[in-house]
Design a protein around this ligand. Structure first.
Ligand code: SD4
Length: 338
């Protein structure tokens, strides 16, 4: 064989080998699941949300029910950034985004939903009762009403009204890094204009079933019609039962552009621990943003199929709630920009 032909021959064989290799590499050994439920969720609002989820997980219930009930607790709270009490878009409308995903790749999502108290439950109905994954705006509201959800008054909460009036004085859109860095509280009496407090939750039940949920009002005073990462499967949330689950919080635009939650799950598939996978995804965002990385916050939480949890943030100040008993713990995430 001429040397050129030999080269082509061996390159083709090499390429064929390469093509086969990733398939072999992605097959994970069967996870030694411990049978102990676990739930993890974003920010300190996650403490109450985890308690809500644990009522179901702790008594042997289904992870999907737990992640729905858990974040409904936050949707019910007077919160800057989740549910109908949250801050509006720049035209004064509260528009809500949510999604949910189970252990069998079933998923449902709503975006820009108005005047419905529990967007997460509407997302679950989209998953269970329609042939679709995502409904938005007027159509999402129409579906919710047809499903028996109540149309709530078109009114801002007192806190949101106050914040909005304040914001209108300048109408400047300046995202605040995160509530902890700015020294303001996200839950409770409004003392400023915190911008980040999406609740995302990942859970594994006693049978090893993984599920995730995410619900938010998005960025405060956003453009009308703006949708962030939170209701987008693969960006704000992703669950692969063989590998694990991941969810995001922070500046949604920068999570969408690198398919955040899906990226974290794929990194776990390649063998990374949940924390290492979150870290690598954050590093990717930092590389994309360059010097502008310091102006945003993004954080991921992850749970693998063995029931191990991890998290990583771009900036200091992100915390998350973790429960393996009925008493949740609040943990500070490690972060990239020192
Ligand atoms: C968004 N990711 O709409 C959401 C906001 C958020 O904590 O996470 N806030 O971009």
């Amino acid at each position: 064989m001429s040397s050129r032909r030999r080269f082509l021959h061996s390159s083709a064989a090499g390429l064929a080998g390469l093509a086969a290799a990733p398939l072999a590499a992605v097959a994970l050994p069967a996870a030694p699941f411990t049978g102990k439920p676990i739930v993890i969720s974003t920010w300190d609002a996650g403490l109450n949300a985890n308690r809500g989820a644990w009522k179901i997980l702790g008594s042997g219930g289904y992870a999907l029910d737990a992640v729905e009930a858990g974040v409904m607790v936050t949707e019910n709270e007077q919160n800057c950034c989740v549910g109908l009490g949250a801050r509006p878009d720049r035209d004064g409308h509260v528009t809500l985004d949510a999604c949910i995903m189970d252990h069998q790749f079933n998923c449902g999502s709503v975006a820009a939903l108005e005047r419905i108290k529990h967007p997460i439950s509407v997302a679950r109905r989209v998953m269970e009762r329609t042939p679709h994954v995502m409904l938005v705006g007027e159509g999402a509201q129409q579906f919710a009403l047809a499903q028996g959800f109540a149309l709530e008054p078109n009114k801002l909460s007192a806190d949101a009204e106050k914040e909005y009036r304040e914001w209108l004085k300048t109408s400047q859109y300046r995202p605040v890094l995160n509530v902890e860095n700015s020294g303001r509280r996200a839950v409770g009496p409004a003392g400023g204009a915190p911008n980040h407090d999406t609740i995302a939750m990942l859970a594994m039940d006693a049978q090893g079933r993984l599920s995730g949920s995410c619900t938010t009002s998005g960025m405060a005073f956003k453009m009308r019609g703006r949708v962030g990462d939170s209701p987008i499967i693969g960006a704000g949330l992703f669950v692969d039962p063989a590998v694990g689950a991941a969810a995001a919080t922070g500046q949604g635009e920068d999570v969408i552009r690198m398919a955040g939650a899906h990226t974290v799950v794929e990194l776990m598939r390649q063998g990374r621990s949940p924390q290492a996978a979150c870290r690598e995804a954050v590093e990717r965002i930092a590389a994309i943003k360059g010097a502008k990385a310091k102006d945003i916050q993004v954080a991921f939480i992850a749970l693998n199929a063995k029931g191990e949890a991890g998290s990583y943030a771009l900036q200091k100040g992100f915390n998350y709630a973790l429960s393996t008993t009925d008493t949740p713990r609040l943990l500070d995430a490690e972060f990239f920009l020192k």
